[in-house]
Design a protein around this ligand. Structure first.
Ligand SMILES: Cc1cc2nc3c(=O)[nH]c(=O)nc-3n(C[C@H](O)[C@H](O)[C@H](O)COP(=O)(O)O)c2cc1C
Length: 411
């Protein structure tokens, strides 16, 4: 079974890629490329030129992508069954020709339609990327360079070949980029199209645990689910997400670039202070304890030695610190969990802490707040406007919130 992409890796989940393979010795690397695209979550259809089938068998590719390979205009000559090249061009989110021979590049420039891949390219409505692979002299030839320039000018994404020993025995530029590099390039291209692409977002989530003695703590019932759902949605929509998590039993959502685990409010404050200056957005979703025991014991308190009272001291106000350090281009959203309707107190918090919006949820609503998989929220803005949402799953709430902030707070 293929390995799943690591959280920091650019994924291709749900993307449809038509992989065109042409007659270069580098065609053997297309098998690794097909596997890598699949491993990152893409659906892949393969179209091979007749030349390509001399270098690697359709059976290998069909097995790797779990779908028959197309290499001919007709699928069954006698029965008159043909391959619908127009459909393939419409099906794909991207056509990736890797390796791309000098011959196919030239055909693309001149609108050649001698084989199925060329027909797919000529009728494609989706973007096209090519990864040239050829001998040094073929690559540097004026004809090839002019063809690559023409294609780039027409919007084709040219993935530069690498330099090194070539099949001809020469050393130089012309080796097809490595499969991982091509997959990275393609994934970055898709990521750049997403609405939160290029935005750095720090999200705090979960409770904090404030130690009383060596084994006990003062905490709250936050599960971290709301903050983790937000991290998942932001990351899926292209944001560069850093998640600062209190003690929670949740795994890091896909595509979240960085996770910093902390225990106490002081640790969370330190982590956030180190990050906030480099962020575009801050989402303070953690249920931070406002106070902690003034003294903690490194030993476990035993019966008979338990103090009759515990003195408390205030924790740093993380959100207030973020609001004070906030730059004009930065956006900051806080969460408020109240036991009553909470609107007045939330509005006060919004102003005092220099927030762009505050999300209010109240324990008065069934199914909202700590521990539940659902939440019911109301978002208040600086200008006094507010938007309310119905009770939904925390993931759906996260989708609503991220879209609302994008459309209302971004200038
Ligand atoms: C052993 C061998 C290796 C080849 N390698 C390449 C190559 O790396 N790049 C290239 O542009 N052509 C290469 N060719 C030439 C192409 O296979 C030839 O131009 C063919 O017509 C390409 O057809 P296609 O673009 O339809 O696949 C090679 C030919 C042979 C016999």
């Amino acid at each position: 079974m293929p390995l799943a992409p690591s959280p920091s890796e650019l994924t291709l989940t749900g993307r449809r890629i038509v992989l065109g393979i042409t007659g270069s010795i580098a065609a053997y690397k297309s098998a690794l490329l097909a596997r890598e695209l699949r491993r990152r979550g893409a659906e892949v259809r393969v179209v091979m030129t007749p030349g390509a089938t001399e270098f690697i068998t359709p059976l290998t590719l069909a097995t790797l992508v779990d779908h028959p390979v197309h290499s001919d205009f007709t699928e069954d000559q006698d029965a008159g069954v043909w391959t619908n090249h127009v459909e393939l061009g419409i099906w794909g989110d991207l056509i990736l020709v890797a390796p791309a021979t000098a011959n196919t590049l030239a055909a693309m420039v001149h609108g050649g339609c001698d084989n199925l891949l060329q027909a797919v390219l000529l009728s494609a409505r989706c973007p096209v990327a090519v990864a040239p692979a050829m001998d040094l002299d073929m690559y540097t030839h004026d004809a090839t360079q002019a063809n690559l320039k023409t294609l780039a000018d027409r919007g084709v994404d040219v993935i530069d070949p690498g330099t090194g020993p070539l099949a001809s025995g020469l050393v130089g530029k012309g080796r097809m980029a490595e499969p991982e590099e091509i997959a990275d390039h393609v994934a970055a291209r898709f990521a750049a199209e997403l609405p939160w692409s290029g935005k750095r977002v720090v999200i705090t989530a979960g409770p904090t645990h404030e130690p009383l003695d060596a084994v006990r703590f003062l905490g709250n019932r936050s599960s971290g689910k709301m903050g983790f759902a937000l991290a998942e949605v932001f990351a899926k929509q292209g944001a560069d997400v850093t998640l600062v998590a209190g003690p929670v039993a949740l795994s890091t959502p896909d595509r979240v670039r960085r996770r910093i685990d902390v225990e106490t409010a002081v640790e969370m404050d330190e982590a956030v202070k180190g990050l906030w200056g480099d962020m575009d957005w801050g989402i303070a979703c953690a249920a931070v304890s406002d106070f902690r025991p003034a003294q903690t014991s490194n030993d476990k308190w035993h019966r008979g030695e338990v103090p009759s009272a515990v003195e408390l001291t205030e924790n740093p106000d993380i959100l207030k610190g973020m609001g004070e350090a906030k730059q004009p281009q930065q956006k900051l959203v806080g969460f408020a969990l109240e036991t009553d309707s909470g609107e007045q107190s939330a509005m006060g918090k919004l102003e005092r802490k220099n927030l762009d919006a505050i999300v209010l949820n109240t324990l008065m609503d069934d199914g909202a707040g700590f521990g539940h998989d659902t939440n019911k929220v109301r978002v208040l803005f600086q200008d006094g406007k507010s938007v309310s949402f119905e009770l939904k799953s925390k993931y759906e709430v996260a989708c609503d919130l991220v879209e609302l902030w994008r459309t209302t707070i971004t200038p």
